[in-house]
Ligand binder design. Structure first.
Ligand code: NAD
Length: 535
């Protein structure tokens, strides 16, 4: 494991202001904190810079009353927003796309400073937000256009289906992808005509505040997107009470609590939850691609990625060629805290993460697992660094076997058939993402069809399915609903069917008896069964 030689990010006094990077200083961070939708004078809490453990900034801790006020203000702004043509709303997204790319260096610094991830992994967030902004900017008008539907009676009924915004979308976002999972979900909600109240995670509120400010620069009306900072346990319930739809990304445990509260209100929600994702190396896998693919799947954002790989099932025919190469590549990754693209992997995000990941590995090792790569914290690099780790011999009695580790730790398993690989991949309470490696793409798709998971990537670890304009989400305990693609926009609307009846009402007309009407309709139904164009 090599170490970055680049100077670590550290708070240095520059003219009385802490200078974290050429682009992020204390004054800029204070301006971001001041954007939070909270009452003046409320208490604040520190946001830590995981690279060093120092305090990066102090951010207000909102109250339930702040959430209520933010939802009311967003609702007020939404009345004017929904009246605008969809094309005008979509144009804001396209301008945002350009602004995100123009300001990429600043947001990369900020994401890295508050999450501790490597710059290349922060860049994945920039890519993703730009893709979502471009996609929804281009398709919103088409997907939201009213559609004709077959009427109750041919010719006599004309029916249209409209997509009406839900009103206020509450977004509860986690800390691991603070740009993607906050703003990537807000963009389609806004394009659909909603107001949004975002509650970022308390560990990473600054990115959400920055992103909201940039949206106003792109032309979003002031107040339409509110960001309330503070603790999820305190702000979650009021946000659910004052919203019309909840988009939640986080752990399965919290997702259950949030879904239950939405259920009490009979309010729709979407949940993107945990995963224990499997990667299958088939006997004909191209190892020169599969090895780096697995490395990326295990180590992206130090494994703190819902769709990352934690279980690797390798066919016996290639096990001895694949596994040592994977261990070697993981071992060779460059770890460090630089705000440049020098490093392959950054830090974990918090002391809690370090404790949990160390506990999973230590538990496995104490019960007999073999460490093929990594397996140690790296305090010499920063307080929460942990080596990319490959384990063999993981068994059911070990925590790392079934529970989501959410770190750069994967277990390899030798399998004697593809059927066994599929069965073991499916033997999980989760079903978020999977990855299949083979030279035979058709066979890869067939194997994918047998895997119980919302996305399956053939010859890729996670990014191909995630970044496609296609539904993304989890089966089983990994979620409810989907983001991305058409569904990722339309879910933020209520459908409304408007049917107009011409000439005659539906029912017995005044010139017939009920029995005559029933006889006429029976004949009509028999004829319609064969009428061209009638479904
Ligand atoms: P978490 O559930 O602890 O927190 C997620 C969010 O919920 C945070 O904003 C938090 O403040 C808030 N929250 C906490 N308690 C709440 C409550 N009682 N009511 C309402 N909100 C509350 O999750 P985490 O540890 O921050 O994130 C990691 C988890 O997220 C992992 O399990 C990971 O797999 C999952 N995740 C899933 C996806 C996906 O797309 N499926 C993406 C990223 C992360």
């Amino acid at each position: 494991m090599t170490q970055s030689s680049t100077v670590p990010a550290t708070g240095e006094a520059a003219g009385g202001q802490t200078q974290w990077s050429p682009r992020v200083d204390a004054a800029m961070l204070a301006r971001l904190a001041a954007r939070a939708a909270v009452a003046p004078g409320c208490p604040d809490a520190p946001v830590e810079a995981p690279f060093t453990g120092e305090v990066l900034a102090r951010v207000p801790q909102g109250t339930p009353a702040d959430v209520g006020a933010a939802c009311a203000a967003a609702r007020e702004a939404q009345r004017e927003w929904v009246a605008r043509p969809v094309a005008e709303r979509a144009a804001v997204l396209l301008r945002y796309h350009d602004l995100v790319l123009a300001n990429a260096q600043e947001i990369l610094d900020l994401i890295q400073l508050e999450s501790g991830k490597a710059r290349i992994h922060a860049f994945e967030e920039v890519l993703d937000v730009a893709i979502q902004a471009r996609y929804y900017g281009h398709v919103a008008e088409r997907f939201l256009r009213p559609a004709r539907a077959q009427g109750a009676l041919p010719v006599l009924t004309s029916t249209r289906v409209y997509h009406r915004p839900r009103g206020i979308v509450g977004i509860i976002a986690p800390w691991n992808y603070p740009f993607t999972l906050a703003i990537g979900d807000a963009l389609p909600a806004l394009a659909a005509g909603n107001g949004v109240v975002l509650k970022p995670d308390a560990q990473t509120p600054l990115t959400g505040l920055w992103a909201a400010g940039l949206l106003e620069e792109a032309g979003l009306p002031h107040g339409l997107l509110q960001v309330v900072t503070g603790r999820g346990a305190e702000l979650g319930t009021p946000l659910i009470e004052h919203s019309d739809f909840i988009m939640f990304t986080g752990s399965t445990a919290t997702g259950r609590t949030v879904a239950a509260q939405c259920g009490e209100r009979l309010m729709s929600c979407a949940m993107e939850l945990g995963g224990k994702n499997a990667l299958l190396v088939l006997p004909d896998a191209p190892l020169w691609r599969a090895v780096p693919g697995a490395v990326q799947g295990i180590t992206s954002n130090s494994g703190q990625l819902c769709i990352s790989i934690e279980r690797v099932y390798v066919h016996d025919a290639v096990y001895d060629a694949f596994v040592p190469r994977l261990a070697e590549k993981l071992q060779a990754l460059r770890l460090g805290p630089s705000l440049t693209f020098a490093d392959d992997m950054g830090s974990l995000t918090s002391a809690e993460q370090l404790a949990k990941i160390s506990a999973h590995v230590d538990d496995a090792v104490s019960k007999g697992a073999e460490v093929l790569a990594g397996g140690r914290p790296r305090p010499d690099l920063g307080p929460y660094f942990y080596e990319p780790t490959l384990l063999a011999g993981v068994t059911e009695d070990m925590e790392a076997c079934r529970a989501e580790t959410f770190g750069p730790v994967a277990a390899v398993y030798r399998c004697s058939s593809v059927d066994e690989m599929v069965a073991r991949a499916n033997d999980s309470e989760y079903g978020l993402n999977a990855s299949v490696w083979t030279r035979d793409v058709k066979a890869g798709r067939e194997v994918a069809g047998r895997i119980e998971s919302g996305t399956v990537n053939v010859n890729e670890a996670y990014a191909a399915a995630w970044a496609s304009a296609a539904p993304m989400g989890g089966w089983k305990q990994s979620g409810l609903g989907r983001r991305h693609g058409r569904h990722g926009l339309v879910k933020y609307t209520e459908s409304q069917t408007v049917a107009t009846e011409h000439v005659l009402n539906i029912g017995t007309p005044p010139f017939l008896h009920h029995a005559q009407y029933a006889a006429v309709m029976t004949q009509a139904l028999r004829a319609l069964r064969y009428a061209p164009g009638i479904k």
